[in-house]
Design a protein around this ligand. Sequence first.
Ligand code: ATP
Length: 360
Amino acid sequence: MTSFKHENVEDLYELLEKLGSGHFGEVKKCREKSTGTYYAGKFIKTRKCKGSRLGLDRDQIEREVFILQQLEHPNIMRLHDVFTSKAEMVLILELIRGGELFDFIAEKEALSEEDAIEFLEQILKGVAYIHSRSIAHFDLKPENIMLLEKDVPHPKIKIIDFGLAQKIEDGAVFKSMCGTPQYIAPEVINYEPLGPPTDMWSIGVITYILLSGLSPFQGETDQETLTNVVSGNYEFDDRIFKQTSELAKDFIRQLLLKDPRDRMTVVECLIHPWIKPLNRNQAVNRSRSSINMKNFKKFNARRKWKLSYNMVSACNRLCRMKLLCNPMKDEEELRQCESDQEDEKTKPVTLLRRRLSNSS
Ligand code: ATP
């Protein structure tokens, strides 16, 4: 089991280019000096004191670490090492080089349902693994579904970001209002008990988008999206779903059910005839049906635009805090002091993600 190291991460790892960023810090490529192996270092700012609005509580990060430590599955990102210091914690993670699944698909000219299922089945296997360990992810969305490598015949799915994941102990009730509006289940908004079925709703939404390029509950605003989710009403527009098989729609229908007890479990999903055809007819249907690529590309372009818009707003806020703008500070010093700053006037970057906010 990985233990927390107190030395400076840069003594053991060479920090390289930035790979991505979240609301609580950055992810950078890094190279372990002793072995030459490449990893992804997730740098997470820790909250300086209880009332502080910047950074994450240490125990929240420790929970992510505790969960990742228990997971070893080909479709789940692995944790290699953890560092802790006064202002930040650094998770050294398996390096995932293939980018997001949705970006990979959006580059294709066409994709049959059969091809899409090859990816979906891997997502389901990863989720089945965590659910079998009584862990729910609670943040399944396209940004958290990546490919280990993309220039290979059968790219391997990796589920990332266990920042909201929870171990659901037997008989315990867990409630939370976290997640991303487009993908969260009605029980999250209604502040009702959550569990593995909450992930299954998100898988229903992801599948719907994958096939159609439409988001089933998306409204003009987050408030409207949340209202649509709670109503549970959505439809399969014939013009958009004309290339979609009936089995695919059945698969989605059995996930986007308001009552979590009515939804398919992940194990049931894996044996649904759309995923595991029972006869030749069903198998042929999957290869003849295809995803609505024109719409999907549009959805993905909009999604990327919104993500970068949110990121630019976040950077602007940091700049207003005069942190990114101080050329005198070296990187380590900068990382240390970012966590110590408070911005009273603007809504902090740090709170955006774990709340139901402008991320849909
Ligand atoms: P968010 O606020 O979006 O939930 P977060 O702070 O929890 O983000 P992650 O989602 O874990 O951080 O990572 C942010 C981004 O960094 C990812 O979207 C991805 O692009 C990149 N990333 C994360 N982990 C890895 C990895 N293991 N290998 C390569 N890139 C990664």
